[in-house]
Write a protein that binds this ligand. Sequence first.
Ligand code: SAH
Length: 233
Amino acid sequence: MGFKASVLTLYPDMFPGVLGQALSGKALARGDWSVQAHNPRDYATDRHRSVDDTPSGGGAGMVLRADILAKCLDDVAPVNDERPKLLMSPRGKPLTQAYARELAEGPGAVIVCGRFEGIDERVIEARQLQEVSIGDYILSGGEVAATVLLDSVVRLLPGVMGNKESGETESFETGLLEHPHYTRPAEFEGRTIPDVLTGGNHRLIDEWRLEQSKRITQERRPDLWQAYLEKQK
Ligand code: SAH
């Protein structure tokens, strides 16, 4: 059956988008996962099929209406639908590798993409939407954020990554950033490959890689390094 994604978006043509290519595209074609885009505009009732209105209390921009989003949501995800309902939002819980893994182990996700200033707070409450952020910056809409989230999930689905081991040593999976990689040619613009990697001693290679991971994490992400040290205690 696979992981089932339903995306609520004013721009349904953005899906599967880039996810239709490469690893996620092949998995999509195999049926390891699916994505359906639903347009809230199809649930608008007025002559102009409007989905947004001016913010109560004034101010710039427009807000997506609660009633129209709720109608679309209830159609896409009826009460017995067990998938988590997410809202892409800069105010949300930050997307992490652990969260991607949690989603990948579930039946799928219903994902609401905001536009304009965002969506009416009451539909977030009434449909218990979980807000998820992909980082501390503002995008023009939730579609790219939903694409990022789905990409991180799909590659974790059973059978999608050809080489399971490569998924397990990746940055964040161990709590450390990954070590550097090298491949042929043996020399590039005068730069060689560290001897240990071509020496064939796998214990020494593993040790070297772990040391590099620790060094890079310590240098670049003191926050991750502290968390790693805590975990080792
Ligand atoms: N006025 C809002 C930003 C709206 S941006 C604020 O200041 O918080 C329009 C839409 O883009 C949002 O509703 C959300 O769905 C999406 N979006 C923007 N930045 C995002 C981020 N960092 N992570 C996830 N979704 C984001």
